[in-house]
Design a protein. Structure first.
Length: 265
């Protein structure tokens, strides 16, 4: 348990912007289509609750941070200031249509994640859904920038591992993916991707005709002997950047599970 108010203060420190946060989280709203009652565990600023409420969904946020809860109340967002596990243990069985938790599981060891999934299964009606979002371990940017920025992060969770937890507990139709709305940031390495071929970066003498002539002779000799190697180096750079692009995924991923039963009404 972190110091009260510390997490909320950290969000202000890194320039938390509710508008941008909502743009990120808007991606998940369709996953709760047909839901009537949803809880957002570790809701932070309560932005997702506002997005759901705009769709006519009864949404309540749960967060133990007193500053976060106070900020939500001031905006008229329904919130319960409480530990999320204590809250879920007291929720009536099969009383919820949806459970959402954004960037909560990476703060927990796997035993607690399993407990959270079991509590969600108990609380959801048949056909209800659980959606967990977390930094994507397949994203270079998540490793270099976002994950280790937060003091409370414990470990990455591959979204397919979260799907395994869902299936292990009893959920069906488990799926996972990336949130394309969080792809606006690129890895710091990708400034290198604009490099020109090595040959194009060699110096040019513009004024002295003798030096230009000597340079032309030297370049002709160098071209004959070195060009095959330069082509190989450029080819290796291209393969390197192609590999980096394959792991330059959006920094946020998600996993969704559905409780067996009839469709939500």
């Amino acid at each position: 348990m972190s110091e009260p108010g510390l997490d909320f203060s950290f969000l202000q420190h890194i320039g938390y912007d509710p508008t941008k946060q909502k743009e990120h989280q808007r991606f998940y709203v369709p996953l709760f289509e047909g839901c009537r009652r949803v809880v957002d565990l570790g809701c932070g600023g309560g932005d997702f609750c506002e997005l759901l409420a705009a769709q006519g969904i009864d949404a309540v946020g749960v967060d133990s941070d007193p500053l976060a809860a106070q900020a939500m109340r001031e905006r008229g967002v329904a919130v319960v200031q409480r530990d999320v596990f204590a809250y879920m243990q007291d929720v009536a069985p099969e009383s919820l249509d949806g459970v959402y938790a954004a960037h909560l599981v990476e703060h927990l060891p796997y035993e607690k994640v399993l407990e959270l999934v079991r509590l969600a299964y108990r609380a959801l009606r048949p056909g209800g859904v659980i959606v967990l979002t977390t930094p994507d371990p397949r994203s270079l940017y998540a490793h270099l920038e976002t994950f280790y920025l937060h003091f409370g992060h414990v470990t990455f969770y591959h979204p397919d591992l979260l799907c395994f937890f869902f299936k292990h507990v009893g959920f069906v139709e488990s799926t996972f993916g990336s949130n394309d709305r969080t792809a606006q940031q690129a890895s710091p390495f990708f400034g290198l991707a604009e490099m020109h071929p090595i040959q194009a970066r060699l110096p040019v003498w513009k004024k002295n005709p003798i030096r230009r002539a000597l340079r032309a002779v030297r370049m002709a000799v160098a071209w004959f002997f070195l060009n095959p190697y330069l082509d190989l180096i450029n080819s290796n750079f291209e393969r390197l950047f192609a590999t980096l692009r394959r792991i330059d995924l959006p920094f946020e991923c998600y996993a969704k599970g559905t409780k067996p039963g009839p469709d939500r009404v």
